[in-house]
Ligand binder design. Sequence first.
Ligand code: CA
Length: 92
Amino acid sequence: MLDPLLFALLFQDPQFTEPVRMKAGDGLVRVESPGWAAPCWHDVDRDGKKDLVVGQFRDGKMRLYRSLGDGKLAEGRWLEAGGKVAEVPGVW
Ligand SMILES: [Ca+2]
């Protein structure tokens, strides 16, 4: 017997909305070359609202867009750890 969720995924046509350019502050959410941004939602500042974290492959840095609520994001800034821009080791 199939799990009801698996059944729904297998036998329903996926429904997608039109893509939109996400805004943050006065600009757009951007990724840097060469891409592979792997965006994800996580409540980085633990205020109960999920923030957008967008990585960049070069230097392993991540840009943080804090959620302001109501679908709005603050201008992006590099994610920091210990007062420095955080970098994921082992990335170009
Ligand atoms: Ca947050």
